[in-house]
Write a protein of this length. Structure first.
Length: 469
């Protein structure tokens, strides 16, 4: 399968159930003036917590500024693809003269085996949330992302969690334990190919710190699609879906939802080994957080009341969405991706079986074209079974959160389940050659009958024939 087929993807914005309203941030980032707090809509809150910022509290993270302002919290979709194309992601933030500047990373997709050609130049742009505009502002050399360098640390076990269970975690400050992380906000841990650091570090990232408030991005969901029948899928299915402000002293935590980004590129560079991380900047009484195609504004000091309990699930609405036409186009692209992956899988296995039994079927080439590299198929990669490593476009489309009322949702489910079912059939590992077998041994393994139904093919005379033949 080719990553040159990378397509812009869609995920519908997920907003967590409102339990509490918290105010803060700017009504217009281009205005540096102070504004009165905007109240959360009464229909979206059951309790309001005042946004009391501690004077003189310091910030630790990628950057910090002194710009002041207030606004209702929430997320803005940033139309970076308009200026920088679908293979772009926000990789940095800063506030300058009351304006929000983005650092944009762009890369060039190549085939699945090679991944990406990484750009030597990144881009800067000004983003105006109120006007929904992105203004390119020149190029800068590619660079390592600025990350949190403060005293706090998340400490995870080095072992991989079994059965996708939550990770144990302790929070240390300069080597000494801080307050206990709340069990009601689970952290997860993922494997990666190639193998990397402790699994928990791939799914959880400290972004910044304001006084005792530690801002952390977390990945989810806990389980892969179709669990427990998800095999061979094991990793790279989690994306950044939660933002947590955690008080190192009291153990209180405020959790916000993160809307998923739409492009497959962002999925690829922010799952697994995390080529692009969420980024954070403090601006006066507020913090701005960028994740993929989204920028969100939140109070630097959430200050929930004692009556709120230890964990508060806060309102984090989507304040600006992408166009409906864009959303619909990406919905269709996700289905097209699965359909293409399914056909590539079926074509390769039909070729394999027909070659094994010596059938000469019009429209079905000899399997030698795959063995000689004249044709490629994504399902012929041994890493699928050695590492649970499936192509990013396939996982992206599997996790694409269609609206339940969308008829394409059931089509996606059917396609995904069918593909995974075929991958679990021994014919695919036989075709890869995981265990060398003679044609006679392959036929005997399946009792001399084609072992699985393949989309686009009918079984005739013990061979696979294209439906249209």
């Amino acid at each position: 399968m080719n990553n040159s087929r990378l397509r812009r993807g869609l995920a519908l914005a997920a907003v967590c159930t409102p339990v509490i309203g918290i105010t803060g941030c700017y009504p217009d980032i281009t205005s540096a003036g102070s504004h009165p707090p905007a109240q959360a809509s009464a229909s979206h809150q059951t309790q309001t917590v005042s946004n009391k910022h501690h004077a003189g509290v310091g910030a630790v993270g990628a950057a910090s500024t002194s710009t002041q302002g207030t606004q209702s919290i929430g997320w803005y979709y940033v139309p970076i693809i308009t200026s920088f194309g679908p293979d772009s992601a926000i990789a940095g933030l800063r506030v300058q003269d009351g304006r929000l500047q983005l650092l944009i990373r762009t890369d060039t997709p190549v085939n699945h085996a090679s991944g990406f050609v990484f750009s030597k130049m990144w881009h800067t742009a000004w983003f105006n949330p109120a006007a929904d505009t992105v203004q390119p502002a020149g190029e800068v050399p590619a660079q390592a992302q600025a990350t949190y360098q403060g005293p706090a640390k998340l400490v995870f076990p080095a072992t991989f969690p079994s059965n996708f269970q939550a990770q144990a975690v302790t929070v240390d400050v300069q080597g000494k334990p801080a307050a206990k992380w709340p069990g009601a906000i689970p952290m997860y841990g993922s494997a990666a190919n190639p193998e990397g650091p402790a699994p928990g570090t791939l799914d959880n990232q400290i972004l910044g710190q304001v006084g005792n408030w530690l801002w952390v991005a977390l990945k989810g969901p806990q389980y892969p699609p179709f669990y427990p029948k998800q095999q061979p899928l094991l990793w790279a299915f989690r994306h950044w879906d939660r933002l947590v402000a955690f008080n190192l002293q009291t153990g209180q935590a405020v959790e916000y939802s993160i809307p998923p980004s739409y492009t497959e590129y962002i999925w690829t560079v922010s799952t697994g080994t995390n080529l692009v991380l969420p980024t954070w900047v403090r601006s006066g009484n507020d913090v701005w957080v960028a994740v993929g195609q989204w920028v969100g504004c939140f109070p630097a000091n959430p200050s929930p009341s004692a009556a709120s309990g230890n964990v508060v699930r806060a309102i984090s609405p989507v304040l600006r969405k992408p166009s409906g036409a864009y959303v619909r186009a990406e919905t269709k692209a996700a289905i097209a991706t699965l359909s293409s992956d399914e056909q590539e899988l079926a074509d390769s296995l039909a070729s394999y079986w027909d070659t094994v039994v010596g059938a000469k079927v019009p429209g079905v080439p000899s399997f030698h074209v795959y063995q000689d590299g004249q044709r490629t198929a994504w399902n012929m990669n041994p890493a699928i079974y050695n590492h649970g490593d499936l192509p990013s476009d396939f996982i992206w489309a599997l996790e694409f959160p269609f609206a339940t009322s969308d008829p394409l949702a059931s089509e996606r489910t059917q396609l995904g389940q069918q593909i995974l079912s075929i991958l679990r059939n021994p014919i695919n590992t036989d075709a890869i050659g995981m265990i060398p077998m003679t044609p006679q041994q392959v036929e005997a393994q399946f009792h001399y009958k084609p072992p699985v139904a393949l989309p686009g093919y009918v079984i005739r005379d013990n061979a696979y024939w294209p439906v249209k033949s």
